[in-house]
Design a protein around this ligand. Sequence first.
Ligand code: GRF
Length: 186
Amino acid sequence: PKFAVFASGSGSNFQAIHDAVKAGKVPGQAVLVVTDKPDAFVVERAKKVGIKTLAIKPSSFSSKQAYEQAVLDKLSELKVEWIILAGYMRLIGDVLLGAYPNRIINIHPSLLPSFPGKDAIGQAMEHGVKVTGVTVHYVDAGMDTGPILAQAAVEVVSGNREKTEERIHAVEHELYTKTLQQLWSR
Ligand code: GRF
């Protein structure tokens, strides 16, 4: 299927998914990167691999609905069938949820329902858990609350956030591509 990746930051998950598509491992077609942060590094990654970007700031619209409608217009124009969230730091609202029922997926750096929301890795370190992980899930109106598609555990490197984060990102890239591969090969 045709899909769009939504990201607000570095875009390493976008890169991993794109690479997996190119390698023939994920049976989909990335047609657009949507970002709410026009200077995010993901924009450069997308340009480098020749994927269209839509970089518009929600603050330049009168409402969340108006912003999402502008995004939806672009998605419709490109016939996007799935929305893949990868570090998109914003709740999806009723316009996109209504247009893509059960067609929006997110990845979150914890074993949900533990540590939803911002800085899940920091939350896990602070609680002193020994094992955290990664969750891929369907998106609903809540914060990291939709039905879970896949999870993988990651051991915390005690007292070392950087190393823990590295491990989590590596597992994210693998789990996200594997989950999309399974989802779209059914
Ligand atoms: C990932 O840890 C993802 O789980 C979280 O935001 C981060 C995005 O990283 N939601 P990147 O932009 O894909 O490198």
